[in-house]
Design a protein around this ligand. Structure first.
Ligand code: GDG
Length: 460
C-alpha cells in the first residue's frame, strides 16, 4: 500500500504536540507514515461550509471540518450521544429520540464524506474512529471512494435485543458492512456483531474469516486498545500522591476516575463503598474513597440526572460516616491534571473500576501501570468492562451487586503482599505488552493487508 493514511476522529488536537494516550498514538502513526488527520473544529460557526480549515501541525497535515450549532445539537449531543451511546451501553431506556437527530447525524457524515472524497487519492487508506462516524464509509463509497476504509469502535457493539429499539436497525448494519475492516474492543463484541448480522439474516461467514454482506466482504476483529504504559508509569513517580492529598499516616485511599457518565456505574460504586463502611469494624486505619469525576455532555438530560443522584448519595454516605477529622468520600467534580492523576493512582490501595458497560476502560490499565511493583495496590474491576477480558488477575466483580463490591474492597485491603505482587506482575506484563502503539500497529496492519481474493471474488 503506497497511499497516505487518513485518520478521521471527532476530536482533533489543536496544538502541535498532543497529550493523552489515543491522540499520541495516532500522532505517532501519522508522523511515521505521513498523512492527514481530520476532525471537528471545536468552534461552532453560523453557516456550514465544505471547506476544511487547516490546523498547524508537524510532519503531516491536520484539517478540521466546521460544524454549526445545529450539527452540534443533532449529530454530537443528539444521535451520537443520546441514541447511539445509550444503545451501545445497554441503556435503551435512556434513548432520547428527536426527529432531527437521525437526519442531522447522516447529513454531517455525508458532508464530511464529500469533503474527504475531494481530497482522497485512490491509494489512500482511511481509518475512522468511533460511533460519531458510523455512516461514513457508506457515504464515502457513494462519493466514489474505492480505497480501504477501516473503523475502530471504542464503545461496545450493541446487544441484539437493544438494536430492536433503533428504527434504523437495518441501516445500522449496512453502515458497518461498507467498511473493509471493523475493529472492536473484545472477543465478546465480535461475537455480538457476528450474531447480530446472522440473526438479521444479513451476513455470511466466509472461510477466510471475513463476513460477507451482499457483495461486500469485511473483517470483524477484536483489537483491544491499550495505553502508553511506559510513559504513564514514569509519570506516576514524578509527584508524591500522599502529600498532594495531605493524607494522615492512618488513612488509606481507594481511587475511582471516570467521566461522570451513567455507563461507569458510579452510584453502584458509592453504594458498594457505603456497604463496606457499614461492615467494617472500627480499627486503627481509615479508608476513604477518592472519586474524580469530571463533567461531560452536560447538555444531555441523562447526565444531569446522574450528577444529582451521585451528589445525593455521597451526601448520604458522608452524613452517616463522617467524623470530626475525616470524610469518607472525597468527590471531585472537576478534571485534574494527568500527572496528578498518575501520582494519585500510585498511592491508592485499590483502583475501583465498576462500569456497568464499557468498551475497554483505560483507567484500569492506567492504575496498573502507575503502581509500585514492590508494593502494588489491587485492581477491582467490573466483569462487564471490556478490560476484564484481558485483566483476569484483577478482582472481578458484578457492578450491580453492592455487596460484591464491598467484599472485593475488603479482600483487596487485606490481600497479602505476595498475592498483590503476583497479580500485579501478570497485569503489568499485559498492560506493557498490549500498549497503545501495539494496538495502532495491529489496526493499521489489518487495514493495510492486501485484499485476499477468494474464489467468489473471481466469479464476480
Ligand atoms: C472510550 C470508551 C475506551 C478521566 N478523568 C480525568 C482524566 N480522565 C481520563 C482517564 C482515561 C480517560 O480519561 C477515560 O478513558 P476510559 O477508557 O476510562 O473511558 P471513555 O472516556 O469512556 O473512553 C472506553 C476508550 O474510549 C478508549 O478506546 O476504553 O471504553 O468508553 O485516560 O485517565 N484525565 C485527566 N483528568 C481527569 O480528571 N487528565
Amino acid at each position: 500500500m503506497t497511499g497516505r493514511l487518513i485518520v478521521v476522529s471527532n476530536r482533533i488536537p489543536m496544538g502541535d504536540v498532543p497529550s493523552g494516550g489515543l491522540v499520541v498514538a495516532i500522532h505517532e502513526a501519522l508522523s511515521e507514515r505521513g498523512g492527514l488527520w481530520i476532525g471537528a473544529h471545536p468552534d461552532v460557526v453560523d453557516e456550514a461550509t465544505e471547506e476544511f480549515a487547516d490546523l498547524p501541525s508537524n510532519g503531516y497535515e491536520k484539517k478540521a471540518f466546521r460544524i454549526t450549532e445545529e450539527d452540534h445539537q443533532t449529530h454530537y449531543l443528539g444521535y451520537a450521544n443520546s441514541v447511539l451511546w445509550p444503545l451501545c451501553h445497554h441503556r435503551a431506556d435512556l434513548l432520547a429520540m428527536e426527529p432531527s437527530y437521525f437526519p442531522g447525524y447522516v447529513a454531517l457524515n455525508e458532508r464530511v464524506a464529500r469533503m474527504i472524497a475531494r481530497i482522497a487519492e485512490p491509494e489512500d487508506m482511511i481509518w475512522v474512529q468511533d460511533y460519531h462516524f458510523l455512516p461514513l464509509a457508506q457515504a464515502l463509497r457513494k462519493e466514489g471512494v474505492t480505497g480501504r476504509i477501516g473503523l475502530f469502535l471504542h464503545i461496545p457493539f450493541p446487544h441484539a435485543g437493544d438494536l430492536d429499539a433503533l428504527s434504523e436497525r437495518e441501516l445500522f448494519l449496512d453502515w458497518f458492512a461498507a467498511f473493509d475492516m471493523v475493529g472492536l474492543q473484545t472477543q465478546a463484541d465480535v461475537a455480538r456483531c457476528l450474531e447480530t448480522f446472522r440473526s438479521a439474516g444479513k451476513g455470511e461467514m466466509m472461510l477466510d474469516g471475513r463476513l460477507k454482506v451482499g457483495k461486500r466482504k469485511f473483517d470483524v476483529l477484536s483489537l483491544p486498545i491499550g495505553i502508553d504504559a511506559e510513559r504513564f508509569a514514569e509519570m506516576a513517580t514524578e509527584h508524591d500522591g500522599r502529600s498532594l492529598l495531605n493524607l494522615s499516616p492512618r488513612e488509606d485511599i481507594i481511587i475511582g476516575v471516570d467521566r461522570l457518565d451513567y455507563s461507569k456505574g458510579l452510584p453502584g460504586r458509592f453504594r458498594g463503598f457505603g456497604r463496606f463502611l457499614d461492615m467494617s469494624e472500627e480499627g486503627d486505619r481509615r479508608v476513604s474513597l477518592l472519586q474524580i469525576a469530571p463533567p461531560t455532555r452536560e447538555d444531555v438530560a441523562a447526565y444531569a440526572e446522574i450528577r444529582d443522584e451521585l451528589e445525593s448519595l455521597s451526601g448520604k454516605i458522608n452524613g452517616a460516616h463522617t467524623e470530626l477529622d475525616w470524610t469518607p468520600i472525597r468527590y471531585i467534580h472537576r478534571p485534574v491534571p494527568r500527572d496528578t492523576l498518575a501520582a494519585l493512582y500510585r498511592v491508592s490501595r485499590i483502583g475501583l473500576v465498576t462500569p456497568l458497560a464499557d468498551g475497554m476502560n483505560l483507567v484500569a490499565k492506567e492504575y496498573v501501570a502507575a503502581q509500585d511493583p514492590e508494593d502494588p495496590g489491587v485492581l477491582v474491576l467490573s466483569r462487564t468492562a471490556g478490560a476484564a477480558e484481558q485483566m483476569e488477575e484483577a478482582l472481578l466483580i458484578n457492578p450491580y451487586d453492592a455487596d460484591d463490591i464491598a467484599r472485593a474492597i475488603a479482600r483487596g485491603l487485606a490481600m497479602p503482599l505476595e498475592e498483590r505482587r503476583e497479580r500485579h506482575k501478570a497485569l503489568l506484563e499485559g498492560v506493557m505488552r498490549d500498549n497503545v502503539s501495539a494496538w495502532c500497529e495491529a489496526c493499521l496492519g489489518w487495514l493495510e493487508r492486501p485484499r485476499r481474493p477468494t474464489h467468489e471474488d473471481a466469479q464476480q
